[in-house]
Design a protein around this ligand. Structure first.
Ligand code: LLP
Length: 433
């Protein structure tokens, strides 16, 4: 459930009319709904309440500090994967004891920053990383809790190939069968207390079953380590929970029904569960609004060229990802129902929705059936709150979009639109080195 709805043929985010908003703020524009964000966090947390998990929002999915702040003010922690994300989380007011720090290639500077920030858990992904972190902790005289990221080799998490992470041969973590040796070697480190396990098996995952397999392996490993006299006090099961891109995302309760009973005994025995949801909280809390520049025909196809492309939102071009798209202003009988590609609406025409970037992969959709489009019309690219703005670039020297947060009828710019001067600002000074 989100708060982007057509009313009388006009798209609203909560109580804000999005055509009126774009007339004031311009396009392309990312718009987020505060109510959707907070409801998503609340319902997700409720579904897993019996586990009393520490819900660490995956900052990479939507890293604007006002979004992170909103979630943090409602109890979320943060999952960060770089020094920059840690900086954002701290700037947004996330308490360090609710931050977990991961990342496959942390630099010495990042490890220094993470350790001196006293985050809850440092998630380590290799032997050399553990040794470097231990050396830095000793220099800083800081003790820290460390979780080992393992790769549980879940055969078929049914994730898109480019976002699969849980199979053998992935660059993330260490193979799960190497974990006992890792614990035996580093389990008694004087500075780093190796007492946690972490796994993230990919994303998005549209079924609870891969989690069941991965958690089963984590629990088995925990039991094996206990026999070796090595205690695991925390299991971080990662993120990857689906977003409602096309109406096929399982309810949070259906993940919870299978995951909660599996982990309940670990929690009853005093263990802590950490979860790292990103897109499931933010994707449907944000949209990208883009204006039709031109409609043209060619090679038997009809193109709608819009003012945002893969530089503003690269998921369709990079992953062939499906995003529901619909005009913001339509006749009342042309309002969509749900986010499926097939809409039971009269008089639709097929369009390829193309961006302005000089790349032939720069499309948001192909052959999409939409009400007739014309120059100047606003289109809404739904479910864009996750991995939209955070993956945007300035390719083709197009300034990045502004971001607006809606609260009821109130709209606030939470990131101003970039300018041409922003494009060159870091190049003005030439510094001999
Ligand atoms: N935890 C870890 C360790 C992760 O690597 C990720 C995502 C998450 C949590 C959050 O996953 P989520 O709940 O948001 O699915 N750019 C791609 C997604 C890359 C995900 C990378 N890791 C996309 O647009 O689909």
């Amino acid at each position: 459930m989100d708060h982007f709805q057509h009313r009388g043929g006009q798209l609203y985010c909560e109580d804000a009319n999005l055509d009126e908003l774009c007339a004031r703020v311009g396009t392309p524009l990312y718009v987020y709904s505060k109510r959707t964000l907070s409801e998503h966090l609340q319902r997700f947390t409720e579904a897993f309440a019996p586990l009393r998990p520490l819900v660490c929002f995956a900052v990479k999915s939507c890293s604007n500090i006002h979004i992170v702040k909103e979630l943090a003010s409602r109890g979320a922690g943060a999952d960060v994967v770089s020094g920059g994300e840690l900086y954002r989380a701290l700037a947004a007011g996330v308490p360090p004891e609710r931050i977990v720090a991961a990342g496959v290639g942390k630099t010495a500077e990042e490890l220094h920053y993470i350790l001196s920030s006293k985050v809850a858990w440092l998630n380590v992904e290799s032997e050399p990383e553990f040794e470097l972190a231990s050396q830095i902790a000793a220099e800083l005289k800081i003790k820290a809790k460390v979780a080992l990221r393992v790769n549980p080799d879940v055969a078929d998490a049914k994730t898109p190939q480019k976002t699969t992470t849980g199979k053998k041969g992935s660059k993330f973590g260490v193979d799960i069968d190497r974990a006992p040796a890792f614990f035996a070697r580093y389990g008694k480190d004087p500075w780093l207390s190796l007492t946690g396990l972490h796994a993230h098996i990919g994303s998005p995952i549209f079924s609870p079953d891969p989690y069941v397999v991965a958690i089963g392996k984590l629990l088995q490993l925990t039991a094996q380590l206990r026999e070796q006299g090595l205690g695991v006090t925390s299991l971080d099961i990662g993120g990857g929970f689906a977003a409602n891109y096309d109406g096929t995302a399982p309810a949070w309760s259906s993940y919870a029904e299978k995951i909660v009973p599996l982990l309940a005994p670990f929690v009853a025995a005093g263990g802590q569960i950490i979860m790292e949801p990103g897109r499931t909280l933010t994707a449907n809390a944000g949209v990208l609004l883009t204006r039709v520049q031109f409609v043209k025909q060619g090679g038997g196809r009809q193109f709608a060229v819009v003012d945002a492309g893969m530089s503003q939102h690269m998921r369709p071009a990079l992953y062939d990802a499906y995003h529901f798209i619909w005009p913001t202003a339509v006749a009342p009988d042309q309002a969509p129902s749900g986010y499926g590609a097939e809409q039971n609406v009269p008089n639709l025409q097929a369009y390829d929705i193309a961006g302005p970037i000089c790349e032939s992969s720069d499309f948001f959709a192909r052959d999409r059936k939409l009400p007739p489009l014309q120059r100047g019309q606003l289109l809404c690219v739904y479910s864009s709150g996750a991995y939209g703005m955070t993956m945007a670039s300035q390719y083709n020297s197009i300034p990045r979009a502004a971001e607006v947060l809606i609260d009821g009828a109130q709209a606030s710019v939470i990131r101003r639109r970039e300018t041409y001067e922003d494009l060159v600002a870091h190049e003005r000074d030439v510094t001999p080195v």
